[in-house]
Design a protein around this ligand. Structure first.
Ligand SMILES: Nc1ncnc2c1ncn2[C@@H]1O[C@H](COP(=O)(O)OP(=O)(O)OP(=O)(O)O)[C@@H](O)[C@H]1O
Ligand SMILES: [Mg+2]
Length: 277
């Protein structure tokens, strides 16, 4: 398939764009206890799994532990007990299967866009420079920014910077993408565009995604399943399967009665959590 995207000689997944979700990793959080400083319990016997290629959105009131859970899943925080595995292996922060996108793009201001995206490949030092550049350009093409490769972060809009952050994660070909409110700081139109682009990319690359958001409609639009966290240390309040058809386009999907029913259900559950707090 010719997607107009530069190819590299390495045979990366960017060249093949599988339409299935087999490029994703399964993760399992099993019986995890975690307390900050041993005194501030966040989770007790937490259990959560995702199947390869599943898009899981994580919702919950501020302070309930969403970012903490993401940091546990990435291996940055070790659990006090229990086990967290990705494709059966105990997680570590160095796992090549992991990619991150945070609320702020956190680009290096002194590097141009291409070198920002190339940074992880350069640090890994496994590929010749020309191939690193090819891959970075291909990742930028995926997010529609190959023409901006020579620009510096301050020359980009907020939405473009967040696209670069996404390309920086995708260039490492992660099998699990961890996203912590990645579009929260963007205006509604840019956010809507990036939501649709993210789904298009997931359809092509097939990675598993854990996506944290406060926005119920964003969660329902994107996800296969929404996981709702209760006030800590209660853990998971409930889950909701999002049985909306794919591919999804924001305007069409939001008009579906089922979309309204799912968002209403989640809003009611969140109100109940907050009321009980
Ligand atoms: N490094 C830390 N040391 C001690 N307590 C922490 C630390 N990081 C977070 N906490 C506390 O743990 C709780 C959960 O924080 P976390 O950042 O996981 O919440 P969150 O659900 O992501 O919230 P938000 O929606 O506001 O981002 C909060 O009470 C927070 O103050
Ligand atoms: Mg958070």
């Amino acid at each position: 398939m010719d997607c107009g995207i530069p190819t590299s000689p390495s045979g990366s997944r960017f060249e093949t764009f599988p339409d299935d979700r087999s490029g994703g990793a399964a993760f399992h959080v099993d019986g995890v206890d975690f307390a900050y400083d041993g005194t501030h319990p966040m989770f007790r016997s937490l259990a959560l799994s995702a199947r390869p290629g599943e898009f899981v959105a994580l919702l919950g009131p501020s302070g309930c532990g969403k970012t903490t859970l993401l940091n546990l899943l990435s291996g940055f925080l070790p659990p006090d007990s229990g086990r967290i595995t990705i494709d059966g292996e105990t997680v570590t922060p160095e796992m090549p299967a992991l990619g991150y996108v945070f609320q702020s793009p956190q680009l290096f201001p002194w590097l141009d866009v291409l070198d920002n995206v190339r940074f992880g490949l350069r640090m890994a030092g496994r590929l010749p420079e020309a191939e690193q550049r090819d891959k970075a350009l291909a990742a930028l093409a995926l997010v529609g920014l190959d023409a901006a490769a020579g620009k510096f972060p301050h020359q980009l809009s907020g939405g473009m910077q967040q696209r670069v952050a996404l390309a920086r994660a995708l260039v490492l070909e992660p099998r699990l993408l961890l996203m912590d409110e990645p579009f929260a700081a963007l205006d509604a139109i840019t956010r809507a565009t990036l939501n649709e682009e993210l789904l298009r990319l997931c359809g092509r690359l097939g990675q598993t995604v854990l996506f944290i958001t406060h926005d119920v409609e964003e969660a329902v639009f994107l996800a296969d399943r929404v996981v709702l966290l209760d006030i800590a240390p209660a853990g998971i309040h409930s889950e909701l399967t999002i049985d909306l058809p794919r591919p999804r386009r924001l305007r069409e999907t939001r008009r579906l009665e089922r979309f309204t029913a799912l968002t209403d259900t989640l809003l009611e559950r969140i109100s109940a959590i907050v009321a009980a707090a």
